[in-house]
Design a protein around this ligand. Structure first.
Ligand SMILES: [Ca+2]
Length: 414
């Protein structure tokens, strides 16, 4: 009996792909670099269980994008259901202002609006500071995609980080019903990335190796063994990204004691062996958390933090996104699947203004038509194929027809 259970457990373990079974609880992806940001947990591929939503403060593909509408933003009016992170509760809005104590680069805003159309979209205004007479920035390279009847993605390039954003909705007196507004601050690209440091401080069984600064735990308590730490000297901590990324923000979490050790640290980024950004700390008092926002997005293949002391980093977060070649998108640079093959799909979600290519459906047009269906929006039904399944693009039956039918799509009777 026990041996039978043992064999069964081996059999079940073999059913789960190695890349999925190896992740610790709360992590997913290959190699387990994504932290689950779902309100009620993720399945092995990072999808929220039972179609539940993202945790407050996260949104987008696999809930990996930080939502600046919920990270330290002051909303006016503050009673709106549009910034509560719940797509099922909506408010009627005419105007909404969001302001932040520090400046953020914004390149993607997502709206959840019942029966969305481009005509219902608000006018967005960005200002570099909270002062109402400060410089207004245009939304350059604007791309807008409406999909799934209620979701709108707006992508644009701002020439600077901003502290204030105003949204003016439809001008009729009752305003527009808005269920959610998400403002992307990018995703944390540092999580579980490849890291090294000059030396590892050790204490008893604890090894304060470089990976502790990218383990997803921001605790500043050195005794929790979630900080990296070197031995003293001229020391550095390095991180190498798996692919070139664009960074808009670095956040360094200092330890809660001995904070002065981090004073005067230097941070620099490299891309193709060229320095793309460098920063030297000049604060007179050490901080618990350092937020470093470059004046523009920074291309980076690697980052280095150095100090002439002992270097302890309880966590390093690096917000931004990866870059993909033309006609590819998203965290894994998946291929765009737009109906118009000349269309460049939305860089984050893969959504297409022209709809999905024949044989594909879903928000990012990445899901293949269910067996038995094919064509645009998967609305066609396969003919009398020998094994039910037909080519999702053109409906051709790969294994011929059942008796009595003929033609490439097996839809003609003999
Ligand atoms: Ca940590």
């Amino acid at each position: 009996m026990l041996f039978g259970l043992y064999l069964l457990s081996i059999y079940l373990a073999c059913l789960v792909p190695a890349s999925q079974s190896a992740c610790d609880q709360g992590w997913f992806g290959a190699p387990c670099q994504f932290k689950c940001r779902c309100a009620k947990g993720c399945d092995v591929s990072g999808v929220c269980v039972n179609a539940t939503s993202c945790s407050l403060g996260w949104f987008g593909p696999l809930c990996q994008y930080q939502d600046l509408a919920n990270i330290g933003a002051t909303a006016t009016p503050n009673t709106s259901k549009a910034t509560d992170g719940d797509d099922t509760s909506c408010s009627s809005l005419q105007n909404l202002t969001l302001s932040w104590p520090t400046a953020y680069f914004i390149n993607w805003v997502q709206f959840i609006i019942p029966n969305a159309s481009i005509a219902t979209l608000p006018v967005m205004t960005f200002r570099v500071s909270q002062a109402t007479n400060s410089t207004t920035l245009p939304c350059l390279n604007n791309q807008t995609k409406v999909y799934n009847t209620n979701t709108v993605d707006v992508y644009c390039t701002l020439t600077s980080a901003v502290q204030l954003m105003t949204l003016t909705f439809a001008s009729n007196t009752s305003g527009l019903s808005v269920c959610s507004i998400y403002i992307s601050g990018g995703r944390n690209l540092a999580l579980k990335a490849a890291t090294t440091q000059t030396s590892n401080y050790t204490s008893g069984v604890f090894i304060y190796d470089s990976s502790k600064a990218v383990d997803g735990n921001t605790s500043n308590d050195f005794n929790q063994n979630s900080c990296s730490s070197t031995n003293p000297g001229k020391v550095y901590w390095n991180l190498t990204f798996a692919q070139t990324v664009n960074v808009n923000r670095f956040i360094l979490y200092n330890r809660k004691d001995l904070q002065d050790r981090l004073k005067g640290f230097k941070l620099l980024t490299l891309s193709r062996n060229n320095m793309t950004f460098n920063y030297t700390d000049k604060q007179t008092t050490a901080l618990s958390v350092y937020t470093i926002s470059p004046n523009t997005t920074v291309a980076a293949d690697s980052i280095s933090i150095s100090v002439d002391n002992t270097l302890t980093l309880c966590e390093v977060e690096i917000y931004g996104d990866n870059t993909c070649d033309n006609k590819k998108f998203g965290m894994n640079c998946s291929k765009c699947r737009c109906n118009d093959t000349n269309e460049i799909c939305f860089p984050t979600t893969g959504s297409c203004l022209s709809g999905c290519a024949s044989g594909y459906f879903g928000d990012g047009c990445q899901q293949v038509c269910a067996p038995g269906s094919y064509g645009l929006q998967c609305k066609q039904t396969c003919g009398y194929c020998a094994d039910i399944v037909c080519n999702p693009d053109n409906g051709v039956c790969p294994k011929g027809c059942v008796d009595g039918y003929t033609g490439p799509q097996c839809n003609q009777s003999r």
